[in-house]
Ligand binder design. Structure first.
Ligand SMILES: Nc1ncnc2c1ncn2[C@@H]1O[C@H](COP(=O)(O)OP(=O)(O)O)[C@@H](O)[C@H]1O
Ligand SMILES: O=P(O)(O)OC[C@H]1O[C@](O)(COP(=O)(O)O)[C@@H](O)[C@@H]1O
Length: 303
């Protein structure tokens, strides 16, 4: 079974406008709302790729109700812990440039965390735990490290997509898979990483530290996959980017779906990058048919 954990879900509110007038009124031409948070996005993309998962994490208030109802309407199993405050609202502004304002999480107490841990106690060998997104300020920054260690002790696989301190701390717990973008990889090592070639020594170091698969994404400039015996490069297909929110989460979902289907490593990497691009080229999330089409435009080379 695949379990996704979103400690900090969101209602993503997308607004499109010609111009942002700071210090004055701006009026949008178009807006829409969607459930957000990286683990929830992974569950939603997995479903579109034909894989079931259970979405876990903390939700609260009217925004939390909205997130839960949309996810359940898509036939995705949920087992969220209810918290007292409202799930945050993240504003995604599309104008001349894309800007994002991610909101503040409600308080998560020890009791809420205990409830989540009780839910996770069912994890067993062969299960996959996806820990994705930011960690609420009221929680310890090593929470992913703790949950990852507990899951690895049960021989479950752990996929991580996060950044900053929680990401740095989880590395020692040897997750199975991580997907930093090149900025996040640079942040981990306090360096600037401007090209796939520059990322290679850092990705290798992460693999040496015990992580089985490291995908570093470079938006439209390709991606690398590092494992203990090779570094692969994938180009990204060409297309018009409609919405890059959730594209990174789609790479995680694509790789997870492909490895669950026992694709070869090369095909799984191709499928992962195609899933990211298919979402970037869609108004919302990708569909499997788009992923399969875009996979044909990707070539995997040995770096
Ligand atoms: N301009 C683009 N053209 C094609 N694919 C893109 C583009 N931008 C993003 N993607 C897809 O989204 C994936 C993740 O994008 P990236 O920006 O690197 O990560 P994140 O969304 O985590 O910040 C890429 O690997 C690629 O598949
Ligand atoms: O938990 P964080 O880091 O604040 O990120 C949350 C945001 O990330 C997203 O999951 C999108 O992530 P990606 O664009 O990296 O795939 C949004 O849905 C959500 O608003």
């Amino acid at each position: 079974m695949i379990y996704t954990v979103t400690l900090n879900p969101a209602l993503d509110y997308f607004v499109q406008l010609d111009q942002v007038n700071l210090g004055a009124i701006s009026r949008s031409n178009y807006d829409y709302k969607a459930p957000g948070g990286k683990g929830i996005n992974v569950s939603r993309v997995l479903k579109r790729l034909g894989h079931q998962s259970e979405a876990l994490g903390f939700i609260g208030g009217f925004t939390g109700e909205y997130v839960k109802s949309v996810v359940e309407h898509e036939d995705i199993r949920t087992n969220f812990v209810q918290v007292d405050g409202d799930t945050r609202i993240n504003v995604k502004i599309k104008s001349e440039e894309e800007s994002e304002i991610n909101g503040v999480s409600p308080d998560i107490t020890e009791k809420h965390l205990d409830e989540l841990r009780a839910i996770l106690s069912v994890l067993k060998e062969g299960d996959v735990l996806v820990l994705a997104g930011s960690v609420p300020a009221s929680m310890p920054a090593d929470i992913y490290a703790t949950l990852c260690e507990e899951a690895r002790n049960k021989n479950a696989m752990v996929f991580i997509d996060s950044s900053g301190e929680p990401m740095r701390k989880v590395l020692e717990a040897k997750p199975t898979f991580i997907k930093p973008n090149h900025h996040e990889l640079g942040e981990l090592f306090s360096v600037q990483i401007s090209s796939p070639k520059k990322a290679v020594p850092y990705a290798k170091e992460l693999v040496k530290g015990g992580i089985k698969y490291v995908i570093v994404s470079f938006a439209g400039d390709g991606a690398i996959l590092a494992t203990d015996d090779q570094i692969l490069f994938a180009n990204t297909p060409k297309g018009v980017v409609q919405n890059s929110v959730g594209a990174g989460d789609s790479v995680v979902a694509g790789f997870l779906a492909a490895t669950s289907e026992n694709m070869s490593l090369e095909d799984a990497f191709k499928f992962a990058v195609a899933t990211g691009s298919a979402t970037a080229f869609s108004k919302e999330f990708c569909h499997r048919s788009d992923v399969e089409k875009l996979s044909q435009e990707i070539t995997i080379s040995i770096f």
